[in-house]
Ligand binder design. Structure first.
Ligand SMILES: [Zn+2]
Length: 201
């Protein structure tokens, strides 16, 4: 017992990660369970050249607002590391204290994780880059300092913010403590531009 709406196009003509042709598109539909009333976004990213296809599901937050949203999570206690992040492909996630930023991706990856999981993933990537890339000494030193800072964040010694901005309004944060989250609607076109301190893209 489900009802499916007409597909909505999020993007088309993007570069396909599999074949490199500009024929990647992404659509979503809203799936409503008629018994429970639960709503879910079903995203499908597909390429018309090589038939690359990827589907992902994002549970819809009750009372979702339409339009662009900005969520700012204040991580001040260990419990806040358990706050859940639902990030749609259209969103940007940022931890300004760590110079960490994840931009919207053409491959249309969704992640559902908690703050701790997100930091651990970032740490792993940074360690991998340090291991496999020869960098200048100053860059290596900076990366090492960032790793120390991530550890301070993961052990609750350092407070930080997680900023989640979504021009489509799909993404959201479920905070452990209600008071730790600021949620605002933003006008399209006013989202944060590309940061120069970007370390993750
Ligand atoms: Zn392709």
């Amino acid at each position: 017992m489900v009802s499916l709406q007409e597909p909505n196009v999020i993007f088309s003509g993007e570069t396909c990660p599999a074949c490199g042709k500009p024929t990647l598109s992404q659509i979503y539909i809203v799936h409503v369970d008629k018994i429970t009333g639960d709503e879910t976004f079903l995203f499908t990213t597909s390429c018309s050249t090589c038939y690359f296809k990827k589907a992902s599901i994002l549970p819809l937050m009750a009372g979702k607002e339409s339009g662009a949203t900005r969520n700012v999570l204040h991580v001040e206690e260990l419990a806040d590391l358990d706050s859940k992040i639902y990030r749609a492909p259209s969103a940007t996630v940022e931890v300004p204290e760590l110079g960490m930023k994840v931009e919207p991706s053409g491959a249309g990856e969704i992640f559902v994780t908690n703050v701790e999981g997100m930091l651990s993933r970032f740490k792993e990537r940074l360690e991998f880059i340090l291991k496999t890339h020869q960098a200048e000494l100053s860059a290596m030193k900076r990366a090492g300092e960032t790793l120390d800072e991530i550890d301070s964040c993961l052990t609750g010694k350092k407070s930080f913010h997680v900023i989640l901005e979504d021009p489509e309004g799909f993404s959201y944060i479920l905070p452990t403590r209600k008071s730790s989250l600021e949620k605002t609607s933003i006008t399209t076109g006013e989202t944060t531009g590309k940061g120069s301190d970007e370390t993750n893209s």
